[in-house]
Design a protein around this ligand. Sequence first.
Ligand SMILES: [Zn+2]
Ligand SMILES: [Zn+2]
Length: 350
Amino acid sequence: MKAARWHNARDIRVEEVEEPKAGKGKVKIKVEWAGICGSDLHEYAAGPIFVPVQEPHPVSKDVAPIIMGHEFSGQVVEVGEGVTKVKVGDPVVVEPILRCGECPACKKGKYNLCESLGFHGLSGGGGGFSEYTVVDEHMVHKMPEGLSYEQGALVEPAAVALHAVRLSKIKPGDKAAVFGTGPIGLLVIEALKAAGAAEIYVVEVSKERLQKAKELGATSVINPIEEDPVQKLRELTDGGVDVAFEVTGIPAVLQQAIDSTAFEGETVIVSIWEKEAGIQPNNIVLKERNVKGIIAYRDIFPAVMELMKRGYFQAEKLVTKRIKLDDIVAEGFETLIKEKDQVKILVKPE
Ligand SMILES: [Zn+2]
Ligand SMILES: [Zn+2]
């Protein structure tokens, strides 16, 4: 079968690989649509980050080259011995977290905090940028009726956004700010809408993305090139927002996010960082503010799909391009680097 494998930064190849089989407790899926994520782009442009290159990943036991793609939907084509959660023909999405099952976090059910955290499609074991892939039974979620496969490919990134909002202290009627509107930032806007935020301020430099943010529910947008976002947010909110979401990964923005919150405000860091970000701790101390991080998601895929049934996180608004697996480098990764108005590009493996 055909699959896109990461060999090195700027070296992702679509090539022939062996088709996997569903062993005991495993589910084989024919991939329908797979989304290209910001972390895929990082691996392509500046990897390896999550891709294991020296040592095999402790859970997948794999090492590069590895098949990429962790945001995908598909149809069950084979189930291994003992599988009861799904049957052949079922439409499913995959929750791609790899966890050890034995560390303190795993034992408490907080599997996204696993000491050996990895992702199917980033850390080995197969991935969504291939015709077929095999995952553990516990990783599949049957899609409810009425959701398309395209919609299914958006469940994973929407889960990140919903987890971030659910772990924040936001309450209905509160004011929030979102710094950065890549796909996750845009999905955070929708998750805030679902959570009942009364005011959603968005800070972003790209005019196209500010426009998209408005379409998805931002009540006000701020371009930090034109005005100081902290000062502007304080004016607009009479002293600061209740919760700020940092979704850029740009060091200077972290301090801005913290400073844009009111006293006792909260900053949620959603980004993964390539380097250190300096902050003045007094700005946290003197206002009794909180800063917290979130990673991925846990126990949330069914809730995301229920919200999708109610009209949130719609593929029609977020998918900007659909391509074939053969074109993934030129029409996928390269396009995302060059075109700032792209949101989500979906890949059809065939
Ligand atoms: Zn992702
Ligand atoms: Zn673990």
